[in-house]
Design a protein around this ligand. Structure first.
Ligand code: BGC
Length: 754
């Protein structure tokens, strides 16, 4: 369509400024004289949120109908990269039909605390799972020419004070927990854009953070698209653009463009920085247009309806199922009490910028009624009000329905007011009125399945004591009601596994004493111990572990083999056999965790490094093979500021959750990282551990030591005492006569010189 470089060279200062400043809330500026159209960017991520033509720009909820797919909290629990790619493709078709060029998602921040009000928009507490799912979604979306935006980069893990808080996170924690999902998606799916977050990171606003936006994102990971600010995240464009920000949103028409042009004219902003940003926007636009090889395709809404219903079932996590209470038998006759307002008024998406206007909303009540088709007698009672105000009459009515029924399904969850973009939650419990309802119903009929709809986790142990089965639906999109009916009646499998630990109490959660910080700062004091890494390291019981989820069938893991294909590389191939040992077809999410058995730094007990969702018929077996590369064994070494694998033994476990490891093997890796040169600030112990350095040191010490001085490197107590001392200090304390020349010679000899 147009050659971005050629166009960039022809742009006037005002045109460049207009491009980088954005035009309207949702569009970039067109350059008509050069035939450059405006780009349309909208939310996302779970459906296309294109404002209605006549909508007031401030009215986020007046939008054109679009399929509301499951939220990321649900999709994260699917552990299904193929499914996410399919959803990405469907979103691309709807985006094209609604004239959208960039869909603002996926959200891939790590769930640091279950209180984050926006956790429904994020996949997981684990970076490997988040990264793989995000990359699949982006690939699906972008292949037909709609751009993605990885958000919110980076360390935007809370809503409280999100526009001013400074996240204080050490580099190792960033590298191992908060950045890798972005890194994986950048390297494996080439997203068109990345969205700079509102918060500051280690003292510098994310949108002005050169280390983040240029050194890490572009220079290390090879990001090739443009960086867009979160809406309103740029406070100082003269700092943001040189740091690596390319598009400031929302646009403010001529005002924003004039501001940028003036900054250039007065010398505050270098025109070359503006050139670079403008050219990146043009390059992404040209690339998206080039990928659109067909005209706007017609949207197959029926296909999307089926897809979203299947996706919701694939994301639903069966937490407990005593005596195989589920699935219910649709044809066995008898009464079925369907209780809870959410059965007829589903909670299926979260509040804020991701809110879409669904094309068609399925309710569990209607879908159960349709599926049972008169074979069971369904009675509905709402049981509670969505505003959580107490109503003894509603509870009494529900109890009466339960009393007369054979089986009871109770739909509970978080009301919309409990979680949203813009604020964080204050507790992990369901509203009291809902628990009161459940207690009252359980007192008259024990045959209860509870279906939960919530974006962030709720504590479930009391619910589990009162019900035989608990099915976590999350916010499962517009077809979550249909999916609930499918899973409850066994027409679909509960395909989900927890992408997030369910804790026993808020006070057990990793960030508890460091959340939400003050308006100015939040310290990530738990470091890398987020999610299961924390519960495992601190040996805490949990409600349900990361990775957990039951199926209607059972699986066996056998014959684990781990091999190192090339001894010159610290990489391994893990293989095991998975067998469906039950009576029904079902899918298992096989998970592989790696443990560094002995390390020079603290490391998590185990970390997810690979997974595969496998669907098997009864009796069917499949050999699953997964590759682990160097990075899967590495930690971020703060001293060398690089990924490092320490040679030695690693434990590889395969299983059905982080705490249901069925098979374990060990593997020895032997490739050592290059040694860091010794300095006078290296510890005595480090000197002594290297033979060449040790010999050189002995020579120097022999020349200056007094008769009777301790031979410290053969003296265990002396070593214990002095081992961690920087050499410089030891010499200063005991041997002040070592000359500068002797020290220089010592260093040269120790590090491989003569
Ligand atoms: C949100 C983004 C969203 C943007 C545009 C911001 O407030 O944080 O996720 O894409 O608004 O609606």
């Amino acid at each position: 369509m147009f050659d971005p470089q050629a166009v960039a060279a022809l742009l006037t200062l005002d045109e460049k400024a207009a491009l980088v400043a954005g035009d309207t809330v949702w569009t970039t500026a067109a350059v008509e004289r050069l035939e450059v159209p405006a780009l349309v960017l909208t939310d996302g991520p779970h459906g296309v949120r294109r404002l209605a033509e006549d909508a007031d720009p401030g009215d986020l909820y007046n939008c054109r109908p679009a399929t509301a797919f499951p939220t990321a909290a649900a999709m994260g629990s699917s552990w299904d990269t193929e499914l996410l790619e399919e959803i990405g493709e469907a979103l691309a078709a709807e985006s094209r039909a609604l004239g959208v060029d960039v869909l603002l998602g996926p959200g891939l921040n790590i769930k640091r605390t279950p209180l984050c009000g926006r956790n429904f928009e994020y996949f997981s507490e684990d970076p490997v799972l988040s990264g793989h799912l995000a990359a699949a979604w982006v690939r699906g979306l972008q292949q037909s020419g709609v751009g993605a935006s990885l958000k919110h980069f980076a360390a935007n893990n809370q809503e409280t004070n999100r526009m001013r808080v400074n996240a204080e996170v050490d580099e190792r924690t960033l590298r191992e927990i908060y950045l890798p999902a972005f890194e994986y998606a950048v390297r494996n799916s080439a997203p068109a854009t990345v969205m700079a977050a509102y918060n500051a990171l280690n003292g510098v606003p994310a949108a002005q953070n050169r280390w983040l936006l240029t050194e890490v994102l572009r220079e290390e990971w090879g990001f090739d698209g443009f960086v867009v600010s979160d809406w309103g995240a740029v406070a100082d464009p003269a700092a943001a653009i040189p740091a690596g920000l390319d598009l400031r949103m929302p646009g403010t028409g001529d005002r924003g463009a004039a501001e940028l042009a003036a900054l250039v004219k007065e010398g505050t902003l270098d025109e070359a920085d503006l050139d670079r940003a403008a050219e990146r926007i043009l390059r992404v636009a040209a690339d998206l247009y080039a990928r659109r090889t067909t005209g706007v395709p017609a949207v197959d809404h029926e296909h999307h309806r089926q897809l979203t219903r299947r996706a919701a079932a694939e994301s639903a996590v069966l937490l407990t199922n005593e005596e195989a209470f589920l699935p219910l038998d649709a044809s066995r006759g008898g009464g079925l009490a369907v209780l809870g307002e959410f059965a007829r008024t589903p909670r299926f998406q979260g509040g804020g910028s991701s809110h879409v206007q669904p094309t068609r909303l399925e309710t569990a009540l209607e879908e159960l009624t349709r599926a049972v088709d008169g074979r069971r007698d369904i009675t509905f009672a709402p049981g509670f009000r969505l505003d959580s105000s107490p109503s003894p009459e509603l509870i009494d009515e529900a109890v009466a329905a339960a009393q007369n029924a054979d089986d009871v399904v109770v739909f509970l969850g978080l009301p919309e007011a409990a979680e949203s973009e813009g604020f964080d939650r204050t507790c992990l419990d369901l509203p009291d009125v809902q628990l009161d309802l459940l207690r009252a119903v359980a007192a008259v009929n024990p045959r209860i399945a509870v279906v939960l709809s919530n974006g962030g986790v709720v504590v479930t142990h009391e619910i589990e004591e009162l019900a035989r089965s608990v099915l976590e639906l999350w916010l499962g999109g517009q077809a979550s009601g249909g999916a609930a009916a499918d899973v409850l009646l066994g027409r679909a499998e509960p395909g989900g596994r927890l992408a997030e630990t369910i804790p026993l109490a808020l006070s057990h959660t990793p960030a508890h004493i460091n959340f939400p910080g003050t308006p100015e700062r939040v310290l990530y004091g738990e470091r890398l111990y987020v999610g299961y890494r924390w519960y495992d390291k601190t040996a805490r019981d949990v409600g349900h572990p990361f990775g957990h989820g039951l199926s209607y069938t059972t699986f066996a893991y056998t014959d684990l083999a781990v091999r190192v294909p090339d001894p010159r590389r610290n990489a391994a191939v893990v293989a095991f056999t998975l067998t469906n040992t039950g009576q029904r077809t079902g899918s298992e999410v096989a998970q592989v965790y790696v443990t560094d058995v002995e390390a020079s730094v603290d490391r998590p007990e185990r970390e997810l490094k690979a997974f595969r969702k496998v669907r098997l018929a009864p009796g069917e077996s499949r050999r699953v093979e997964l590759s682990l590369d160097e990075r899967d064994f590495a930690f971020w070494d703060e001293r060398r500021r690089a990924w490092t694998v320490e040679p030695g033994t690693f434990r590889i476990s395969a299983g059905a959750s982080s705490r249901d490891l069925r098979l374990t093997a060990v593997v020895d890796l032997s490739v050592a990282p290059p040694e860091l040169p010794l300095t006078l600030d290296s510890a005595v112990e480090e000197w002594i551990n290297r033979p060449q350095a040790r010999a050189a040191l002995r020579r120097v010490l022999a020349a200056v030591s007094r008769p009777g001085a301790r031979d410290f490197d053969n003296d265990e107590t002396g070593l214990l005492l002095m081992g961690s001392m920087p050499l410089r200090r030891m010499l200063a304390l005991g041997m002040p006569d070592v000359s500068p020349q002797a020290l220089a010679d010592l260093l040269a000899a120790a590090n491989g010189g003569a």
